[in-house]
Design a protein around this ligand. Structure first.
Ligand code: BES
Ligand code: MN
Ligand code: ZN
Length: 504
């Protein structure tokens, strides 16, 4: 068990194993950042020479461990660079707190003395530190799960006693729990998480969350392969047809009394993407357990929205399938009939995400929500366009604008991409079916996918997040990111719904 407290106290006098202090880079060299002033004062004129002797510059992400030898109460100080003193944004502080977390992994008690003089910064420090401490050790024989370690985290803040700051602190911990649960699901390899066990785990978590007095009421419905057939979900069935494990769809409903708005969230849940008969090259296949990150994020976002008791009706739709090869797998050239009757000429078995999303989007639109947001590790083309850390955002102007604001508050990078008329024509270019699933033109592949999804939104306000890049960290740890699942999108979706709640 880890305990978390927000406190207004002097970092020099705080009793903890470690105190974390920020260092910024300025015109006159590095200096102690806001929040760590008392520590700087305890060192007095020895602080700068200390930085100089260990070669600490204050560059963002830089860390150093310094034994304090009685200068302050904590025996160890961890310095973390915050970069340019004039650009101290919440995003910078969030990343630095994450870097610091990774260098104190053994400490039982930690006090954070980073810039935290606003609710926004309290949130950034807390989220960054807690996410930065994440590790995935389910399959490491000799590593204890983190939940069994006991520790204490104290976030020091001059505004600790203000309601807004303590609310931000509590909220940050819940956001981290949701993002962590998302990371855990994404990190489970495909032999440990298939469509059936994924759906089972959602059912189990739902049961846990809704049990007992005062627990939120959340509806749940699971479609098995027969239900999907009865409901005409030809996309999900075709994609899941090649797997030894049948597909599923999970719907969660949060419907608080008095809600005047309804948002539908739809997430891609491919537990493994081999590419099917349009098989992927070997190296591209290795990380494809990540292909259910969208589904994981909409489920965890809905759970969190319910825990926060946000006054907006939210439904989460998670189509789940494994894209494999067998005698029952879909063949390029097949014509599929989607939920609602639209036919699609399937020409690329590796463009499977849009097929399962189409059925789920149609189901979502049938309830006439006020807005739909889908999130999916959808296209490599979006990674080529925006890199691995920025999500592509498409959709109708209103939802796109709201999602940009939400992502900004949440500290997640998204960038708007267009849906040009040309794509509309390409999506309608099939000679045998209503729509073409793909046309084998590489250019603008992320936009083609967006335009394809739009066909299934019934003209409703809609946003589409392509998280093929930021949903999964293929590199090493950096900032508050661990290797593997990132939990990207959860915070943005929750912030988006919270933003709508503010308007009611
Ligand atoms: N799951 C992939 C997209 C992806 C790529 C996610 C890299 C994460 C990292 C998706 O199903 C896919 O294979 N997309 C194809 C689309 C193409 C066939 C039109 C792609 O990007 O190559
Ligand atoms: Mn694919
Ligand atoms: Zn995929």
């Amino acid at each position: 068990m880890t305990t978390y407290t927000l406190r207004n106290a002097s970092p020099a006098k705080t009793k903890a194993d470690v105190v974390i202090v920020g260092v910024t880079k300025g015109d006159k060299g590095p200096s102690v950042a806001a929040g760590g002033e008392d520590v700087g004062a305890a060192y007095a004129r020895k602080f700068r020479p200390l930085l100089a002797i260990i070669g600490f510059t204050g560059k963002a992400g830089e860390t150093a461990k310094v034994p304090t030898s009685g200068t302050i109460n904590a025996p160890l100080m961890v310095l973390v660079g915050l970069g340019d003193a004039k650009q101290l944004t919440p995003a910078v502080v969030r990343r630095a707190a994450g870097s610091a977390a990774r260098s104190v992994s053994n400490a039982a008690s930690v006090a954070l003395a980073l810039p935290a003089d606003s609710a926004e910064l309290v949130r950034a420090v807390t989220e960054g530190f807690l996410l930065g401490g994440y590790t995935f050790t389910d399959f490491k024989r000799d590593t204890k799960p983190q939940s069994e370690k006991s520790s204490e985290v104290v976030v020091l803040s001059p505004v600790a006693r203000q309601g807004e700051a303590s609310a931000a602190f509590d909220r940050a911990q819940l956001v981290v729990e949701a993002a962590t649960a998302t990371r855990d699901w994404v990190n489970l390899p495909a032999n440990a998480l298939n469509p059936v066990t994924f759906a089972d785990q959602v059912v189990a978590q739902h049961k846990e969350l809704t049990k007992g007095k005062g627990a939120p009421e959340i509806g749940i419905q699971v479609w098995d392969e027969d239900d999907l057939a009865k409901d005409g979900c030809g996309g999900i069935l075709a994609v899941g047809g090649g797997s030894a494990t049948p597909p599923r769809m999970v719907k969660l409903t949060w419907s608080p009394e008095g809600a005047t708005q309804h948002v539908a969230l739809v997430g891609k849940g491919i537990t493994y993407d081999s590419g099917g008969y349009t098989i992927k090259p070997p190296a591209s296949m290795v990380s494809m357990k990540e292909d259910m990150a969208g589904a994981a994020s909409v489920i965890q976002a809905l759970f969190l929205i319910a825990r926060l008791n946000l006054p907006v009706k939210v439904t989460a739709w998670a189509p789940m399938a494994e894209n494999m090869i067998s005698g029952a797998a879909m063949r390029p050239g097949d014509v599929l009939t989607m939920r609602g009757g639209t036919t699609v000429e399937m020409t690329n078995a590796d463009a499977e995400g849009r097929l399962i999303l189409a059925d789920a989007l149609v189901m979502a639109t049938e309830e006439k929500p006020d807005a739909i947001v889908d999130i999916a590790t959808l296209t490599g083309a979006m990674v080529v366009a925006l890199g691995e850390k920025v999500a592509g955002l498409m959709g109708t102007d209103d939802v796109v604008a709201d999602l940009r604001v939400a992502a900004d508050v949440a500290g997640e990078a998204v960038w708007p991409m267009p849906l040009p008329d040309e794509m509309h024509e390409r999506v309608r270019s099939s000679k045998v079916a209503d729509l073409a699933q793909s046309d084998w033109v590489r250019w603008g592949g992320g936009l083609f996918a967006g335009a394809f999804l739009r066909e299934f939104t019934d003209g409703l306000p809609w946003g589409h997040l392509d998280i093929a890049g930021p949903g999964y960290n293929t590199g090493g740890a950096h900032g508050y990111m661990a290797p593997g699942g990132t939990g990207f999108g959860v915070a943005t979706l929750v912030e988006y719904v919270a933003g709508l709640a503010d308007l009611t």
